[in-house]
Design a protein around this ligand. Structure first.
Ligand code: T4K
Length: 381
């Protein structure tokens, strides 16, 4: 039975809202930057943020960047990747684009339906003599099959790189996510649980690789006399780092609050037919980056798009992260690995996923109102 139509929100409710502490919390740190007249190029704040993040994320080595995409680009170069890199089509465009910008060929492998991350068996089947690496994505903070991929990369002599843009603070069986593989990228974009407005980091296993990475993010400048790498400008500024230093003090409370909001959603979503909450399994610390539902039931077309436009009428702005699949973009669609027949799980998943609003400032009443609208739209279709 269709219930009474719920109220619309007077203002749009977005899929996320950046964590922002009261302005007064940022001012003392910003004042120090003003006093020092030091704005970028490896200043005190960015060094302090690197040290704090290294401890927080419990990783061997860590370097910060202007954004996550530049961090990925530099990782590809510092790890000397060549030829083909096996990756997932179910991700944000930055993942395969970082390969394309590095003159590498992305080879798309299908995902595994439970985790929505790379299926290690599909990866193994795509390895050729031209393959130099695997680039896994911990999508929504869900860990890839890190043990299987690690074992496969080692056995086949491949580099293993992770895009952990969504995985800030994710732990897998108590092991920090950034300690797997040769390097892991974290994004600190405004839309991320932890952010520096724009920004990113690389967690790196090998100190020699970190030395190369650090040179590459500053034009390859070693000294006033020596430029030893064809580097680029990928430095984090002092203002970005200052925002990060403050946000780091608030990030645990933000994650806790998001986790409570998830619990509210969970109860309501469980009662809505054909809508399933994507759950991170027990034993994994959730990064609480996104609240994802899958819309549909096996064997029938997904009603996701109708749900999204139905919710928009209530001023609820959901996002279809990650539709369309990267393998369907004109740049990649003619690659042999982009054949939809080889990517059935990714195609189905991309038709079903929807990100609902999740951020610490969301009131429980708002969650109830969103759930009412969700229930109403699904029942009305
Ligand atoms: N790999 C993966 C798997 C990624 O997801 C990403 C980025 C990357 C790599 C690259 O990392 P970075 O180079 O960005 O560090 C957003 C973000 O811009 C992007 O960083 C993120 N993934 C992606 C999943 O989401 P859009 O195109 O959805 O952004 P936009 O502007 O539509 O923002 C989404 C919503 O957030 C808005 O509807 C409202 C809210 N919002 C956004 C901003 C920027 C705010 O409330 N305030 C804000 O300042 O890409």
């Amino acid at each position: 039975m269709v219930k009474k139509k719920p109220a619309s929100f007077p203002e749009p409710i977005f899929v996320t809202q950046p964590l922002l502490a009261p302005l007064s919390e940022y001012l003392p740190t910003l004042a120090e930057i003003w006093d020092a007249h030091w704005l970028t190029n490896g200043g005190e704040k960015s060094l302090a943020l690197e040290a704090e993040l290294k401890a927080y994320l419990r990783v061997p080595h860590l370097s910060v960047f202007a954004n996550g995409t530049l961090a990925l680009l530099i990782a590809c170069r510092a790890l000397k990747l060549t030829g083909e890199v096996i990756t997932t089509p179910f991700t944000f465009p930055a993942t395969p684009h970082s390969l394309a910008w590095s003159h590498l060929t992305p080879v798309f492998a299908d995902i595994e339906p439970r985790t929505m991350t790379l299926d290690p068996e599909r990866v193994a089947a795509l390895i050729t003599p031209r393959t130099s690496a695997i680039l896994g994505v911990h999508v929504y903070g869900m860990p890839c099959h890190v043990e299987e991929l690690g074992e496969l990369a080692e056995r086949r002599g491949l580099k293993l790189l992770y895009d952990g843009a969504h995985a800030f603070g994710t732990d897998y069986g108590g092991i920090p996510i950034g300690s797997y593989g040769d390097a892991t990228m974290f994004s600190f974009h405004a839309t991320k649980l932890f952010h520096t407005a724009e920004g990113g980091a690389l967690a790196i296993r090998d100190i020699q690789v970190q030395r190369t990475v650090d040179l590459m993010r500053n034009f390859g400048i070693q000294s006033e006399d020596t430029v030893s790498e064809a580097g680029i400008n990928a430095k984090m500024s002092e203002v970005q780092a200052a925002i990060g230093l403050v946000n780091l003090r608030f990030v645990d409370a933000e994650r806790e609050r998001r986790s409570e909001i998830r619990a509210h959603y969970r109860v309501r979503i469980a009662a809505i037919p054909d809508v399933t909450l994507f759950e991170i399994p027990a034993g994994v610390q959730n990064s609480e980056q996104y609240l994802i539902v899958r819309v549909g039931s096996p064997g029938s077309p997904s009603r996701r798009d109708a749900l999204q436009s139905g919710l928009r009428a209530f001023n609820i702005m959901t996002r279809r992260y990650f539709y369309p699949l990267c393998s369907t973009f004109p740049t990649y669609s003619s690659l042999p690995s982009s054949d939809p027949k080889a990517l059935p799980v990714a195609h189905r998943v991309a038709e079903e996923v929807l990100a609902l609003p999740l951020y610490g400032a969301l009131a429980y009443d708002d969650v109830e109102q969103i759930a009412d609208a969700l229930e109403y739209v699904m029942a009305s279709q």
